[in-house]
Design a protein around this ligand. Structure first.
Ligand code: SF4
Length: 307
């Protein structure tokens, strides 16, 4: 069923179709409602938005900037990490820089090469590990440390409903409830001054909805995927969930909705975890030495050995 006489740009699984104007109204309304429903923003914020130059992060940056323009107590910044993935991150960073320049948002870029001495591509020639494993550890580490040093009150990310659904299933399949307790629209389980709280305004928006919004709003005109993504466990879980969604529409939404009902119990049950301070770098973590330092030590020993 069409919403009006205009050409539809989006079709829901049960057949309802929306034209461009109605879809934009629907999508923006959903994001702003998510922000209110989960109280993602306080009255005053020095907000950092983690951007990659992809559809999700540019969408969240664009919509939060709209809110900030109506509220001078919300200051906007963007933060990007250059992992050093040849032919991919260099391109998306150009998009991110152009977008921030056009929107007059200050963009802070930090690279693995400058911070850790090696690009991700170089690290992967030394260590035989899944790319996303070390990439994720170093990115989370840098984003938290730099956001804290820059004085951000919160860090917003472009995680959408599909991302969350994949994380929930991955944690279930790995029997990692502690990791699940750190999920949700307001991520992080432990309130600690060394952790910058993370928020996910696109939490209830599907990947298809975000992609449609980003393209019809002109936020970007090209889709670019990391060449390492296909090797990840997440990609396999994503394909499995997409197949289930195709056969049983609404599956992803049901998984996230039921997870949200159990999340308060998970947080309550698993809240006892003590934060430790890494003995090498002084950053917070759950072990004596944080994962970033463990991998850095391994990289250093291999580099010295090979040299
Ligand atoms: Fe890093 Fe993996 Fe994401 Fe590529 S897909 S940017 S390797 S986490």
């Amino acid at each position: 069923m069409d919403c009006c006489s205009q050409k539809p740009v989006f079709a829901f699984p049960l057949g309802e179709k929306l034209c461009k104007r109605h879809f934009i109204d629907y999508f923006e309304g959903k994001v702003f409602k998510t922000i209110r429903q989960f109280e993602l923003l306080d009255k005053e914020e020095n907000l950092g938005v983690a951007i990659s130059g992809g559809k999700d992060s540019l969408t969240v940056l664009h919509l939060l900037d709209r809110l900030a323009q109506q509220n001078p107590k919300i200051r906007m910044n963007a933060i990007a990490i250059d992992e050093g993935i040849d032919g991919y991150r260099d391109k998306t960073l150009i998009t991110a820089k152009k977008f921030c320049e056009g929107s007059k948002i200050k963009l802070h870029v930090f690279s693995y090469k400058e911070e850790f001495g090696l690009t991700l591509d170089e690290m992967l020639k030394i260590l035989k590990v899944k790319p996303c494993t070390i990439c994720g550890i170093f990115r989370r580490y840098l984003l938290n440390r730099k956001s804290r040093e820059l004085g951000f009150t919160k860090m917003a990310t472009g995680h959408n409903l599909d991302d969350e659904c994949q994380s929930i299933m991955m944690n279930q399949m790995r029997n990692d409830l502690k990791a699940s307790a750190r999920l949700g629209p307001k991520a992080g389980m432990i309130s600690d001054i060394r952790f910058v709280p993370r928020i996910k305004p696109l939490y209830l928006c599907s990947e298809k909805e975000v992609t449609t919004y980003a393209f019809i709003s002109g936020l970007l005109d090209e889709f670019c995927e990391c060449p390492n993504a296909v090797h990840s466990y997440r990609a396999q879980v994503r394909d499995m969930l997409n197949e289930m969604e195709q056969k049983f529409p609404g599956t992803k939404h049901s998984i996230v909705s039921s997870f949200l009902q159990t999340l308060p119990f998970l947080k309550e049950h698993l809240k006892g975890g003590m934060i430790k301070i890494c003995s090498k770098c002084g950053e917070p973590g759950s072990n004596e030495t944080c994962n970033a330092c463990i991998y850095l030590e391994r990289l250093k020993s291999r580099v010295v050995y090979q040299g």
